[in-house]
Every structure is written in C-alpha cells, then in structure tokens.
Design a protein around this ligand. Structure first.
Ligand SMILES: NC(=O)c1ccc[n+]([C@@H]2O[C@H](COP(=O)([O-])OP(=O)(O)OC[C@H]3O[C@@H](n4cnc5c(N)ncnc54)[C@H](OP(=O)(O)O)[C@@H]3O)[C@@H](O)[C@H]2O)c1
Length: 354
C-alpha cells in the first residue's frame, strides 16, 4: 500500500433516515481506509448528482429501502485525485487525476464526500483527460452511460461509419436533463441521426445548440400532432421522462421494428415507487414487452465498460457535459431540491474540495 496523506476526518453529506432533502446533513466523519488491494482512495474534487439519489433519499422505494445502510453517503459519480492505492493497483499511480462511477448505489459509501473508496476492478474509473474539467468529468458517469445504453445498447442505433449512410431518426423525450443532453449529442455525433428533441421552450436553444434538428416545446405543442407526418418512420424513441402519455403518443410514430427505450418506465419521473405502484409498473412493462406492436425496452443496469468509448468523443470535446447547476458540498440540500423539482437542466454538480 502506498499513499499521500489522507486526513483522518472528512466532510460528507450524510443521510441518517429517509425523508426530505433537509435530511442530508453536512457532517464530519472518519475518512475511508483501504480495505482491499484493488482499492484506491480518491480525493473528490467534484461529485455528480443523479435523480436516483433523491429517489433513494426519499424512502419512497420500499422494495430497495432495506439495501441502504445508515448512516449513508449517497452519490456514485466522482472526479478527483488518487491519494492512496492498494498493492494490486497497477493501472493508476498516486496523484493521478481520475473520474468515474462507483457501481453499488446502495453501499452508503458514496461520492457526496471529500474522499471516496473506489475499487478499480468493480467500479468504473478512468484517467481524466486534461481537456475536461473535474466538474465536467463528475457529470459524465451515470448520465452518459444511460444515454449510450438508451441509444446504442438497447436502441440498436448504428454508430460512426455505419451510421453515416443510414441517417436514422431519433426522438429524445426530456432532452434538456442530465441524460437527455448527452443523448442529443450522442445521437447527433456518434449515430449521425436526425434528432427531434422534446423539452420546454426555455431550454430549446440549449438543446438546439447540442445538435437537435428539431425541438418541440411540450408545454405548448402536442408532439403527437406535430409529428403526425412522421408516422411509422422513427427508428428510436428514447424516453427520459416516463409515463403513459409519452408512450401512447410515440408508438404510432415508430417504424416497424423500431424501439421505444425508456430510462424511467410507466410511472412519470419514476417517483411514485411504493410497492403497489412498483408492481403495477412491472406488470405494465411486461405487458408492453409482450404485446406492444413495437419493441419496448426498459434500461435496467448500465454497462460501465462503455465509458472509455464515450470518453474518446469527450476528450476531443465533440461531446460535452452540460453543467446546469453547481453547488458546494455543504449545500447539497439545494442540489437535491432542484433535482427532485424536475426542472434541472444539464447536470447538477457538487464541489467537494472547497
Ligand atoms: N434506468 C436507468 O438505469 C437510469 C439511469 C439514469 C437515469 N435514469 C432516470 O432517467 C430520468 C432522467 O434522468 P436525468 O438525469 O436526465 O433527469 P433530470 O436531469 O432531473 O431531468 C430534468 C429535465 O427533465 C425535463 N422535463 C421535466 N418534465 C418534462 C416533461 N413532461 N417533458 C419533457 N421534459 C421534461 C426538464 O425540462 P423542463 O424544466 O424544461 O421541463 C429538465 O430539464 C430520471 O428519472 C432518472 O432516474 C434511469
């Protein structure tokens, strides 16, 4: 084991019981210690905030509540500097600037902290390209992997050379959020797709600048009506919002063999996750998978091995992290308030080393 000095104590945002954002407490706790030869300790410079974290925090998720151990530190996306490493870590050295995403969202040892333990075998950790800031890097993990999964792994869109000839048609629902802003860029840059994006008018310019060919303001227009000429021609609908309305209006737009891929499922925003609702969502998902006239896919589980591919585009800044909101770690309550308001644009980032 080798290390720079890791202070014995650190600040973290700690959750001691499920509830509102104010349950996140900025407290001093013991810094983590290496307990496997494959671990590194990362000084977290910035952490990304993802909606799954407010959903876990709220406790409205009884089926998985038991998995979270209190006191819990939430967060899985990070960017920072390696301060210590186990004996079997050969791919990184002390002082390396790294970023990534820890895998176990229930560990309670998350990235809303000044230091975090990362396992180089099971978590996603990469050297941070110099062209990307720590704040940008902290926003990449979960959101970009979800967008990649939605479009490429589940959505079956073609990439790079193969994509050039096809010019496939994609509809991104919720294009201004953390996942949506990556999805619009990936669809345009990697899939060479014709991208229609759904977001509110206030975010239309942003989404257009990311590459959307057409933007529909869901607060003013009915996208089913606007796109009725497109019936049966869209290759992929990527849904970052969930609910029945988007599903019902999208299906007639998809071509035969086209895919409706959702990151959220049948419940709008995936907020209402009580046991009965979860059962209902499972039943509806199965029904849509079995009986829908088009392919219905719900993203469950992200493949961290896709991260290096995404980073090749980000390193060249062909794809960028849109940072909509930045807070200091001690103001994490505000970060959760904006996240669960569903009005965030781009990524929400916590600065952890101030
Ligand atoms: N399945 C998975 O593995 C997986 C992984 C990651 C994320 N997710 C889920 O995917 C969802 C999206 O994540 P995210 O990080 O992108 O969330 P986010 O950043 O919180 O999304 C916020 C955006 O949603 C837009 N929005 C809200 N209501 C809308 C509506 N009715 N129609 C269109 N846009 C609307 C908002 O735009 P306006 O303010 O303009 O309305 C805002 O910009 C979350 O529910 C998350 O939990 C799932």
């Amino acid at each position: 084991m080798s290390e720079l000095s890791v202070p014995p104590m650190m600040y973290s945002l700690q959750l001691n019981e499920f509830g509102p954002p104010s349950n996140l407490k900025y407290v001093e706790v013991k810094s983590p210690q290496l307990c496997s030869p494959y671990q590194v300790i990362v000084k977290v410079i910035a952490a990304g905030v993802n909606p799954i974290e407010y959903k876990l925090r709220s406790g409205n998720f009884p089926i998985v509540n038991v998995l979270l151990k209190f006191p819990a530190v939430l967060g899985s996306d990070f960017s920072g500097v390696i301060l210590a490493k186990g004996d079997k870590v050969t791919e990184f050295k002390i002082g390396d600037e790294v970023f990534g995403k820890t895998k176990n969202i229930f560990s309670g040892l998350g990235t809303y902290a000044q230091f975090v333990l990362v396992n180089v075998k099971s978590d996603a950790i990469l050297k941070k390209p110099a062209s990307i800031t720590h704040q940008e890097a902290a926003g990449i993990g979960m959101a970009s992997l979800t967008a990649w999964s939605g479009l490429i792994s589940f959505g079956n869109l073609k990439i790079d050379e193969e994509a050039k000839k096809l010019h496939q048609k994609v509809l991104v629902i919720g294009a201004s959020g953390g996942v949506g802003t990556f999805a619009v860029q990936i669809a345009k840059i990697i899939n060479n797709a014709h991208v229609t994006a759904i977001c509110s008018g206030k975010n239309a310019e942003l989404v257009k600048n990311l590459g959307a060919d057409r933007v529909i303001d869901y607060t003013k227009e009915d996208f089913g009506e606007v796109l009725k000429e497109e019936r049966e021609s869209i290759d992929l609908v990527f849904d970052c919002i969930g609910g029945d309305e988007y599903y019902d209006k999208s299906i007639p737009l998809l071509r035969i063999g086209g895919n409706f891929v959702t990151a959220v499922g049948p419940d709008t925003y995936g907020d209402n996750l009580g046991t009965i609702n979860t059962m209902k969502a499972i039943a509806v998902t199965l029904g849509r998978k079995l009986f829908s006239v088009r392919n219905y896919k719900f993203i469950i589980g992200l493949s961290e091995k896709d991260l290096p591919k995404i980073v090749t585009y980000m390193e060249k800044r062909q794809i960028v992290t849109v940072i909509g909101h930045e807070f200091d770690l001690k103001d994490g309550v505000k970060a959760h308030e904006i996240s669960e308001s569903h009005r965030a644009y781009g990524k929400i980032i916590l600065n952890c080393s101030n």
